[in-house]
Design a protein. Structure first.
Length: 72
C-alpha cells in the first residue's frame, strides 16, 4: 500500500476515534488543544502536525477501549 493511501486511512481512523470518544465537536477540539503527558507535553494537534497521526490515533483508541465496559 502506498504512503498516500496509508496516510488517508490513518486520518480516517483518527476521525472515527474522535467521533467515538467525543459527543460534541467542541470537546474534540479542546482535547486536540490540550497538552498531554503521553505526548511529552505536546498537544495532539502539535503531534499531528509533526507527522505523528498514527500515534495520536493509537492514544485515542486506547482511551476509547479503556472507557468501554467489558462484555458480560
Amino acid at each position: 500500500m502506498n504512503k498516500r493511501i496509508m496516510k488517508k486511512k490513518i486520518r480516517q481512523l483518527l476521525l472515527a476515534e474522535l467521533a467515538i470518544r467525543f459527543d460534541e465537536t467542541e470537546d474534540a477540539v479542546q482535547w486536540l488543544e490540550t497538552a498531554l503527558p503521553e505526548l511529552e507535553g505536546r498537544t495532539p494537534r502539535e503531534a499531528i502536525a509533526a507527522g505523528e497521526v498514527a500515534r495520536v490515533t493509537l492514544l485515542l483508541e486506547g482511551m476509547n477501549e479503556a472507557s468501554t465496559p467489558a462484555p458480560r
